[in-house]
Design a protein around this ligand. Structure first.
Ligand SMILES: [Zn+2]
Length: 356
């Protein structure tokens, strides 16, 4: 692990760019400026800090998770990205019956009311972090998100006891902060407003995204949700529906080298094809393995959106042997792949936020 001292130095080298600009450059210039700004040093600095032992596996409701949220908030502020409502931090609570498994934690109002009638119940205090760039059509939205929580520390583990969650999902948080920076400096006001979301409680039961969507109100005003979860290794595509199943690895379901899984629900088929064209045009040197997924598929934070009819797009490099083990560490990140996927995600967010 790198020390915090070197992280601060790298951040200083990369973050000398201006905040959101009022003037609107030509389209092509804006795209190029955004792509050029996406920089390995910044992404590496974010990731190395978030996945360091000091953050204790960023467990939902624990100290390390709260430090991660504070860090994300401070970075958004530094970039000049505004909060979506009156604050960056969106606090919420999840409840479960006593002595039940974590998966029974719920944020839904009716479930909470029921649990609170029980003689004993458990409560988790959590927080999403949410940033915002206003679009020309202020009340229409494109949402992009990545969960920042992971599995914490397990005292019963023999050897390394910290689940650092570098690929799952510090890499995506680092990428999303870098994409926010690209939008902040490209000087272009998008057609739709963009909401940058950093979810808590994904590893528990997709809690942060569920809470946000349930309380958002008008999901019909969201034209797409882009999900980033595990985007920096080689790995295999699980079966998502009806159950989350890990099959045998085959050449057909594994993304290796410059390949990644590009997943979308049916309404985004055309956007997915357009994105593949953009990846070729901009010579990003990555190869999407596209697949249309069912909107009821369990797998990550997109579920709260897709179940309510919001089209979704998911960037994913697949499951690997270090998935949900203490071996998911910064030293195993494929930096080139992560940067290329960050650029492809920037292009897709631009495409969806500006699409007619
Ligand atoms: Zn994840």
């Amino acid at each position: 692990m790198k020390t915090i001292g070197s992280i601060l130095l790298l951040t200083a080298l990369c973050l000398h760019l201006p905040a959101v600009s009022a003037k609107r450059p030509e389209k092509k210039q804006a795209v190029d400026a955004g792509l050029e700004i996406i920089c390995k040093q910044t992404v590496e600095a974010h990731l190395t800090f978030l996945a360091s032992d000091a953050l204790e596996g960023r467990e939902a409701g624990k100290r390390g998770g709260r430090v991660a949220a504070e860090y994300i908030q401070a970075e958004l502020k530094k970039l000049g990205i505004k909060p979506f409502s009156d604050a960056y931090i969106q606090p919420f609570e999840a409840y479960s019956p006593a002595r039940e498994k974590q998966v029974d934690f719920q944020v839904n109002r009716d479930s909470i009311a029921g649990y609170r009638q029980l003689p004993a119940y458990r409560k988790l205090s959590l927080q999403n972090v949410v940033g915002y760039i206003e679009g020309e059509r202020k009340d229409e939205y494109t949402v992009i998100g990545a969960h920042y929580d992971h599995l914490g520390v397990d005292d019963l583990l023999v050897g390394d006891r910290i689940y650092n969650g570098a690929d799952d999902n510090a890499a995506s948080v680092a990428a999303l902060l870098e994409i926010a920076r690209a939008f902040a400096v490209n000087g272009e006001k998008p057609l739709r407003s963009i909401i940058f979301t950093f979810w808590d409680g994904e590893e528990v039961n997709y809690l942060g995204s569920e809470y946000f969507v349930e309380n958002f109100g008008n999901t019909a005003a969201i034209n797409a949700y882009i999900n980033l979860d595990m985007i920096s290794r080689d790995g295999l595509m699980p079966v998502l529906y009806p159950e989350f199943i890990i099959p045998e690895a085959t050449a057909g379901n594994t993304a290796t080298g410059n390949q990644f899984h590009l997943l979308y629900t049916e309404p985004l088929t055309e956007a997915g094809e357009r994105l593949q064209q953009d990846i070729r045009n901009y010579q990003l040197n990555i190869e999407p393995k596209p697949a249309v997924i069912d909107s009821r598929s369990r797998g990550s934070d997109y579920l709260a959106f897709s179940l309510r009819g919001v089209p979704i797009l998911w960037f994913f490099t697949g499951l690997h042997p270090d998935y949900h083990t203490p071996g998911d560490e910064t030293g195993r990140i494929d930096w080139e792949k992560l940067i290329r996927i960050t650029k492809a995600t920037y292009l897709s967010l631009r495409l969806l936020a500006n699409g007619k």
